[in-house]
Ligand binder design. Structure first.
Ligand code: C5P
Length: 317
């Protein structure tokens, strides 16, 4: 009697191992630059059954960026070094989780050595960790020459964080659902951002758990055409946007409230909190004015940075 065939095993092609076998040398490290984002607008539609909130937000990537050096390996080890000691370098780090999330497509032996140079403060609503994760997903595809469909990469990204899919693109994008359903918008071409962060950091789940923000259900939903027309004409036409999470954060964190007031007193074209805070930003028309305002905040020991809008969020060299 011939032996019964064993169960069919669907093997993931181990691209990491194949790449290592092809070249006995360590693959050249990749240099990944990952931008921060601000939310030009953030409306909360409703709380969902799964605990997330359905939102309508306009993301904008800016050139305040982290730099990651990554070496892909085939020994299934993940090592992270980070210049910011407050960020965990173990399996809680989103770059670690991004490597693990890529194993089903890249192969189970995928490993990496990463060095993250942090310039984007965390707990600020600037999406630094999410941008890092998106950068790692793209770096794995580039380094191993994997042809992963953009929709599939976005799905993997969404398992890591609601705004990771945005960072795979960058630019000016409308985000719906929990932020992962994206529609490109008229790119913001002008304006110089001053981003300021108070000492306090705010965890996103805390902000969304507050009963104090107003749901947007009673307000008209965003009119895409009108919003695009405003973005195209900015700064000649004012941005009619708000961040609904300010209503939860501002009363609980006087430092955020104060910084917002101070930024507004500089008479920018627009000022708002970004995401769930704690960072706030203002947009000016002239760079020298932005530099002067940022310098004043930095002199007080606060994080303050001048940034310009970008068309993409990730660059890999
Ligand atoms: O998706 P992400 O990991 O960035 O979300 C962190 C937390 O923020 C979620 O666990 C949830 O509490 C809250 N959140 C939410 N609605 C969203 C996005 C995030 O309630 N649209």
């Amino acid at each position: 009697m011939s032996p019964r065939p064993g169960p069919r095993v669907h093997r993931v092609r181990d691209a990491a191992a194949t790449a290592a076998a092809k070249s006995p040398h360590t693959p050249a490290p990749l240099h990944v630059t990952t931008c921060a984002k601000v939310n030009l607008s953030l409306e909360i539609i409703r709380r969902r059954e799964d605990g997330y909130h359905e939102i309508e937000t306009i993301f904008q990537s800016i050139d305040l960026a982290d730099a990651i050096e990554i070496e892909l390996t085939s020994d299934a080890r993940i090592e992270i070094e980070c210049t910011d000691a407050s960020i965990p370098t173990d399996e809680r780090n989103l770059c670690h989780r991004a490597i693990v999330a890529m194993r089903p497509v890249a192969g189970p032996s995928l490993g990496a050595r990463m060095r993250i140079e942090k310039r984007i403060p965390s707990g600020a609503g600037l999406g630094g960790g999410s941008g890092n994760a998106a950068g790692i997903l793209l770096a794995v595809c580039r380094g191993l020459r994997l042809d992963v469909a953009p929709e599939k990469l976005a799905r993997i990204g969404a398992t890591l964080g609601s705004d990771v899919p945005f960072f795979l693109h960058g630019g000016t994008m409308l985000g719906r659902g929990r932020g992962e359903l994206l529609t490109p918008m008229e790119p913001l071409k002008q304006g110089v951002f001053v981003v300021v962060k108070p000492e306090v950091s705010i965890p996103t789940p805390w902000a969304y758990a507050q009963p104090t923000f107003g749901l947007t259900s009673h307000r008209p939903r965003l009119n895409l055409r009108a919003a695009n027309s405003v973005l195209a004409r900015f700064p000649r036409s004012a941005l009619p946007f708000r961040n609904a999470l300010e209503a939860a954060v501002v009363p609980a964190f006087p430092a955020v409230a104060r910084l917002l007031e101070e930024l507004l007193s500089e008479q920018p074209c627009f000022a708002s909190m970004t995401g769930s805070g704690s960072a706030v930003y203002a947009i000016f028309t002239h760079e020298d004015r932005a530099v002067e305002v940022a310098r004043r905040f930095a002199q007080r020991g606060l994080f303050a940075s001048v940034a310009k809008p970008t068309r993409q969020a990730i660059e890999i060299r």
